[in-house]
Design a protein around this ligand. Structure first.
Ligand SMILES: Nc1ncnc2c1ncn2[C@@H]1O[C@H](COP(=O)(O)OP(=O)(O)O)[C@@H](O)[C@H]1O
Ligand SMILES: [Mg+2]
Length: 240
């Protein structure tokens, strides 16, 4: 049974975002509960990527706020993000991890051991010296997750991490996310894939046209959706 009163790893209140006078994220409020997997679900163009970027602090809201519960031990990163298309430096797999660690101030004496640990953790040890950009899409996404995990985040944002991957690579990434969840990492990930949301979500934030349409516990969202838009999406009718 889910915890009835879990604390919030992240609280969004009255958050909105606009570019050039066009509101792209309409005011919304919700919480990401500690230790849970929140899936931001919605069709293409719903505002999923913008919302994750706002939550990670890559974009500044025009109103409202994102409050992250940043009480984490020294040497840990509060939050990290994995993008739909992994961004790899023109360096080895190993150096991509050590560079990320150095960027957030991990002491140089710890870089090697933390990179070794992360690559080992995600089955990438044999790839260490290869140029990261020559890995397959699935391998690059595994590396992106290993690199993010190496930062020891309490909260990991993932923006459609499997959208560009084939089914077997997708299943591998989903299994890795399951392991991270079991370790206690809070996950906030987006997808337009209903099947993936059903497999992974503890909680759902359903977006359409830049608005939060429905936010609820996943079981309720899928079995007893409260809005006609959610019902239509679950039925596979993208009619708006
Ligand atoms: N920099 C931008 N300038 C103008 N419109 C944007 C910009 N970024 C995103 N949008 C628009 O905002 C909407 C939501 O985009 P996005 O968050 O990428 O959707 P999703 O990730 O759900 O597919 C889309 O209509 C998109 O065209
Ligand atoms: Mg997107």
């Amino acid at each position: 049974m889910p915890d009835k009163h879990p604390s919030a790893a992240l609280s969004v209140s009255g958050l909105s975002f606009a570019i050039g006078g066009t509101t792209l994220i309409h005011p919304m409020s919700f919480e990401v509960k500690t230790g849970r997997r929140l899936v931001v679900l919605g069709p293409n163009g719903a505002g999923k990527s913008l919302l994750l970027r706002l939550c990670h602090g890559l974009l500044q809201p025009v109103a409202g706020q994102v409050h992250r519960n940043d009480h984490h031990p020294a040497g840990r990163r509060a939050h990290a993000m994995v993008f739909q298309m992994p961004v790899m430096l023109r360096r080895s797999v190993f150096d991509n991890v050590t560079h990320a660690l150095a960027t957030v101030g991990v002491p140089s004496a710890q870089l090697r051991s933390r990179a070794v640990e992360a690559l080992n953790r995600f089955g990438l040890t044999g790839f260490s010296e290869r140029p990261a950009r020559l890995l397959s899409g699935g391998e690059q996404q595994r590396l992106a997750i290993a690199r993010a995990w190496a930062l020891r985040p309490d909260l990991l944002f993932l923006d459609e991490p499997t959208a560009a991957l084939d089914p077997s690579a997708t299943r591998l990434i989903e299994a890795m996310l399951g392991d991270l969840h079991a370790e206690g990492v809070t996950l906030m990930m987006s997808t337009h894939d209903l099947g993936q949301a059903r497999r992974l979500a503890d909680d759902v934030v359903f977006l359409a046209s830049g608005s939060l349409v429905e936010a609820s516990e996943a079981h309720r969202f899928f079995n007893d959706p409260q809005t006609h838009q959610a019902r239509a999406f679950i039925a596979g009718d993208l009619v708006w």
